[in-house]
Design a protein around this ligand. Structure first.
Ligand SMILES: [Mg+2]
Length: 260
């Protein structure tokens, strides 16, 4: 088999909102014994342990080290720079990832080393003021992701990128590091955690061109676009980042390529 590690997106691949995507899940079950499965999401509102629970509830096998969210990636980046103190604009899941990695999260410090901004449904003027003050004062500005919106039933809601934009305008600084997809640093991180696996043995699977597929293209790894999420086949023609493979579902891919 060509691929030894599948890097799977969650929303649009394993589930879509509350609905479980049965064909994809069936394929993952078939693949679990044959390849390493790692889940990767740009969502930072839930902690990795919450994702483990939800993935297991779909009947899949997963351990915490096989789940990467943008909060965890942000934490790993800070640790790779020697750690430090951080102010967080984000929900408890983000703070939990940073604290678990050994980063000191401060609420009322005079200065901090990092400001980490993610999706925050409890965003306030006070948080915006503090975050921009720390950044102007020299703190490294980390965004979990810059997705401007995310889909909800029949509409979209403001995403982390909308809050990152507010902090950028208020501080006069763009983020120094964007943790989520499509940052190819994620592939380096995976390479460090799975030293036996080469880049050409990794396949990124996702439903979005601008995050999942862009990640693979930028990092030089193969990609599979599944049409179980936000993108349809006609969206691919004009896209900047094009997938290696396109299939309706992951199960179609598994059947066609004979990975079974
Ligand atoms: Mg997705």
């Amino acid at each position: 088999m060509k691929y030894k590690l599948l890097l799977l997106d969650l929303d649009g691949v394993v589930w879509r909102g509350k609905e479980i995507l049965e064909d994809n899940v069936k394929a993952i079950r078939l693949l679990e014994d044959k390849v390493k499965i790692v889940y990767l999401t740009n969502n930072s509102t839930r902690s990795r342990s919450e994702y483990v629970e939800r993935i297991r509830s779909c009947g899949l096998r997963v351990e915490i080290n096989d789940v990467l969210n943008s909060g965890y990636i942000a934490a790993q980046y800070i640790i790779s720079r020697g750690g430090g103190t951080a102010f967080v604009v984000g929900e408890p899941g983000l703070t939990e990832e940073l604290v678990k990695a050994g980063i000191e999260v401060r609420v009322d410090a005079r200065r901090v080393d990092y400001v980490v901004v993610g999706m925050d449904r409890f965003f306030t003027y006070n948080k915006l003021a503090k975050a921009s003050h720390y950044i102007r004062d020299g703190a490294v500005f980390i965004a979990t992701n810059t997705d401007s919106t995310f889909p909800i039933e029949g509409d979209v809601s403001p995403g982390a990128g909308s809050l990152v934009a507010a902090v950028s305008v208020a501080s006069g600084h763009k983020p120094d590091f964007i943790a989520g997809k499509p940052n190819s640093w994620i592939i380096e991180l995976i390479g460090e955690k799975h030293p036996g696996i080469k880049k050409e043995e990794i396949l990124v699977v996702g439903d979005r061109l601008d995050t999942d597929i862009a990640l693979g293209v930028k990092a030089g790894v193969d990609t599979l676009l599944v049409l179980t999420g936000v993108v349809s086949r006609k969206d691919v023609a004009g896209a900047k980042y094009k997938p290696t493979y396109i299939e309706d579902t992951l199960l179609d891919f598994v059947r066609k390529t004979g990975l079974l």
